[in-house]
Design a protein around this ligand. Structure first.
Ligand code: MLT
Length: 208
């Protein structure tokens, strides 16, 4: 059941409507199906909204353009974040959803950070898996009390540990309720990620 909206997406309605919906944001080369099994596992019964990134890089789908690995086209980051926020509003109206909690991996986590900073109120919270700072000069946002989980990999060749730490302090600095856990892993996800994100989403659901 997916309506025709401004992003190709997959939507799974809630069987437990009191749970906050999840906005699932895939990594480079992924699509709208990628994180659905993860979403079902970490938030059974929650509505799942999973858009496909519109940018193509060598045939791989992403949520914004980059100039090189880890070097982002920041004008595009801004434009795409607003486009994605508009989609979330559209989907909330179409499907009757509360503000979602984002669960983003890699490029999907980076656009989730941009959503938090550029369109506060769009997300009820965000679990950022292997995220980095997407905007060198972030806007002055007020994210007071917004729950954010950052799971970074200590041996991640794409996201330097210092960048993940900078992201955590940037989001803390604008009031988000940040928990940052560096894990003994690389850029890929491991069992510890799944367990931590599930526990965090459950706690975030109780707060809502
Ligand atoms: C990005 O481009 O968003 C990051 O480098 C992560 C990725 O490889 O997608």
């Amino acid at each position: 059941m997916s309506a025709r909206l401004s992003f190709v997406h997959r939507y799974e309605p809630a069987t437990e409507p009191e749970r906050p919906p999840l906005l699932l944001l895939h990594g480079t080369g992924g699509d709208e199906h990628d994180l659905v099994p993860l979403g079902r596992m970490i938030a059974p019964g929650a509505a799942l909204l999973s858009p496909r990134g519109k940018v193509l890089e060598g045939g791989m789908q992403r949520f914004f353009h980059r100039l090189a690995e880890g070097v982002f086209d920041e004008d595009d980051v801004r434009r795409r974040a607003h486009e994605l926020a508009d989609f979330v509003e559209e989907a909330r109206e179409t499907y009757g959803l509360a503000a979602p909690v984002a669960v983003g991996f890699s490029n999907g986590a980076n656009i989730a950070v941009a959503l938090l900073l550029l369109r506060p109120g769009t997300l009820a919270g965000a679990a950022l898996l292997r995220a980095m700072v997407p905007l060198q000069r972030p806007p002055a946002a007020d994210l007071t009390g917004t729950p954010v989980l950052i799971l970074s990999g200590e041996a991640d060749p794409i996201v330097p540990a210092a960048n993940a730490a900078r992201l955590a302090s940037m989001l803390t600095g604008v009031g988000a309720n940040v928990r940052h856990e560096p894990l003994p892993s690389g850029h890929g996800l491991a069992q510890a990620d799944f367990e931590m994100v599930k526990t965090w989403v459950e706690a975030a659901s109780r707060r809502n």
